[in-house]
Ligand binder design. Sequence first.
Ligand SMILES: N[C@@H](CCC(=O)N[C@@H](CS)C(=O)NCC(=O)O)C(=O)O
Length: 213
Amino acid sequence: MSTLKVTAFPWVPPFAQGLVRDLRVRWACEEAGLPYEQVLLQGDDQKSASYRAKQPFGQVPVLEDGDFSLFESAAIVFYIAEKSGKLMPAGLQDRARTVSGMFAALNSVEPHITQLNVIDLFNPDKEWAKLRRPEQEQVVRGRLASLSTWFGDRQYWVGDSFTIADLLLVTVLRNLRHTKILADYPNLQAYRDRGESRPAFQRALAAQMANFG
Ligand SMILES: N[C@@H](CCC(=O)N[C@@H](CS)C(=O)NCC(=O)O)C(=O)O
């Protein structure tokens, strides 16, 4: 059996360190007990035709499993769950709930947080960003309030088992770390903390951060 390989960056700016999406893949591998190696992109690797053939947008992560390669971090963690038989519950309906959680994380929550981060991290001094920020924070808060109400006192998205829905949603919520917003939704903050305190997450984070010196 070949060792899985995941692409990553040798350096990113401090605001992105610990958030780059290869973290999701590392975390899934650690949870599933599948060994992996990282492949650091150097120089213009991102722009090369051979890399673009594997990732059309020149981004990380790409997973390679022997001759097979896959892009999109959510598809990759789904593949790792399928391959390992872990991180997904048994049963049609619980599996469907897990997929629902994956889409909720990436389609209903992450885009709004991304918009806030476009303002806070990439354009903090721009006039348009200052004008837009209060409303964008309200949009994020609206999503978190709805999610918090629905989530209630759950431990994880589906029952008591950690799944790839949790893995994705925790990494999405981490993207608010430069703000104090999550503190206003204690059950979501506790959920994020629960995810981050998992030993597999800590190993994954340490492996990504080790690249940044
Ligand atoms: N939807 C993609 C997004 C991948 C993505 O945004 N990767 C970022 C790092 S987190 C990247 O490679 N950025 C560098 C670039 O776009 O040039 C996924 O989930 O895999």
